[in-house]
Write a protein that binds this ligand. Structure first.
Ligand SMILES: *[C@@H]1O[C@H](CO)[C@@H](O)[C@H](O)[C@H]1NC(C)=O
Ligand SMILES: *[C@@H]1O[C@H](CO)[C@@H](O)[C@H](O)[C@H]1NC(C)=O
Ligand SMILES: *[C@@H]1O[C@H](CO)[C@@H](O)[C@H](O)[C@H]1NC(C)=O
Ligand SMILES: *[C@@H]1O[C@H](CO)[C@@H](O)[C@H](O)[C@H]1NC(C)=O
Ligand SMILES: *[C@@H]1O[C@H](CO)[C@@H](O)[C@H](O)[C@H]1NC(C)=O
Length: 384
């Protein structure tokens, strides 16, 4: 082979290498995260609790008795559902195992994340101090973050925490207790209350950010006024308007505050999952989604099975034979069959139901690490 031919081949290979390098940099700012970085931290209320309250003696908000758990786990784990809840499916889609409760002594490897959610938990401590309020859940997270730093070293722990998804469902119990117990609620009291709830959520999100969190998946508050429990409690024929209204105000404020945080905090990424409308649609149009019943629960008593007697040993209750025909399993919580539909919307739904990105896209988003290690020390110290 002549030297010019070798030279030609060398140039040809070089050209291909250059083209490849360019195509790498031309790619959108995304990559598939290597599995070792994927972790998920879950915060919230009964919609997300995998059994933490089993270990909280001060609360009665537990569902660790039959028929809870009858569909999938075949034993009552403490989930407020016949089967798996949304965080279970979110974990599975991200390649992680179903949740153990953080307070379960066997939950001892946090490299996949942790689930701190607690039935009854509010964004405000006074909503239910006997559950695990949001602030305490975030304190637990900080302990886990420190443990990971000890185990993995500072750099690897930071990478894990920054690549992790922070998935939350909070506020529903605050609004239910506010409206259920209020007597003379004025427009301005409602506004003040929404501001206080949003203010407390914002503070805790900033705490998570300070601890390294970058990817937040906010599930908005459910159509509380349309739950069997609300309709039963208010003896309403349709959805309870005062509840729908305050939750809608909250969800609108959540959109605004998430956008503000994203412009304020370098590297802050988020999604909002429109749980409110996704569930509402199924309550109003059950047959469109393969359900027979949208407004009456599978398990409970009363007109809508909205009295929370499901599983009670002391009072009678009704239990449907096939939960998959129902949107609601009990007075306030969807069936596994409903969750199976909802997770697909969160995972790869369009921007009508999950915005500005879906969970799959949020996982794949690249985090600019410079913003954390770089010149933002001042900004971090300003966060309160
Ligand atoms: C924790 O789980 C990860 C991922 O499954 C695994 O690689 C690691 O070895 C586990 N660590 C311990 C201490 O069990
Ligand atoms: C309820 O609020 C309205 C408007 O502030 C007030 O006029 C009314 O007296 C209040 N009623 C009671 C029972 O407190
Ligand atoms: C957080 O909630 C408390 C009530 O528990 C309230 O006094 C406080 O103002 C709230 N904080 C913010 C920032 O809204
Ligand atoms: C519930 O409302 C219906 C009419 O909508 C009424 O007939 C019934 O008495 C009410 N029950 C209670 C307990 O208020
Ligand atoms: C969404 O993901 C599910 C599960 O991986 C898949 O079956 C479905 O086809 C996907 N839908 C779209 C629109 O990509």
């Amino acid at each position: 082979m002549s030297s010019s031919a070798i030279h030609f081949r060398f140039l040809f290979v070089l050209a291909i290498l250059v083209a490849l390098a360019n195509s790498q940099t031309d790619k959108p700012n995304r990559r598939v995260q290597s599995n070792k970085n994927v972790a998920m931290f879950v915060f919230g209320d009964s919609l997300f609790d995998p059994g933490n309250n089993n270990y909280v003696p001060s609360t009665n908000a537990r569902s660790n008795f039959p028929p809870y758990g009858e569909t999938f786990f075949r034993y009552p784990t403490g989930r407020d559902c016949d089967g798996r809840i949304l965080p279970d499916f979110a974990a599975a889609y991200a390649g992680l195992p179903y949740w153990r409760a953080y307070l379960d002594p066997d939950d001892d490897n946090f490299t996949v994340g942790a689930n701190f959610a607690s039935a009854g938990a509010g964004a405000l401590i006074e909503t239910d101090p006997n559950a695990i309020p949001l602030e305490v859940q975030v304190d637990y997270f900080k302990e886990v973050a420190n443990l990971l730093k000890d185990q993995l070293g500072e750099a690897d722990a930071k990478e894990l925490l920054q690549g992790a998804i922070y998935y939350s469902s909070i506020g529903g119990v605050d609004y239910a207790s506010f409206i259920f117990t209020a007597t003379n609620v004025t427009e301005s009291l409602v506004e003040d209350y929404v501001n206080i709830v949003i203010g407390n959520i914002t503070n805790q999100v900033k705490e998570l950010y300070k601890a390294g969190g970058r990817k937040f998946a906010f599930q908005n508050v459910s159509p509380l006024g349309c739950s069997p429990e609300s309709k039963e409690t208010f003896n309403a024929t349709g959805c309870v308007k005062s509840l729908q209204k305050i939750v809608t105000m909250h969800n609108n404020a959540l959109n605004i505050v998430a956008e503000e945080l994203a412009s304020e905090l370098p590297g802050f990424k988020y999604l909002i999952f429109d749980y409110f409308n996704a569930l509402m649609d199924r309550i109003e149009n059950p047959t469109k989604y393969g359900f027979k019943v949208g407004d009456v629960a599978c398990c409970g008593s009363g007109l809508y099975r909205g009295i929370t007697t499901c599983g009670s040993l002391t009072s009678t209750y009704e239990l449907c034979s096939d939960p998959s025909e129902y949107v609601f399993f009990d007075a306030g919580h969807p069936t596994e069959a409903c969750n199976i539909q909802l997770i697909e919307l969160l995972w790869n739904g369009s921007t009508h139901v999950v915005w500005p990105v879906n969970l799959k896209e949020l996982l794949e988003l690249e985090i600019e690490t410079e913003s954390f290690f770089g010149n933002n020390v001042d900004l971090l110290s300003q966060l309160s």
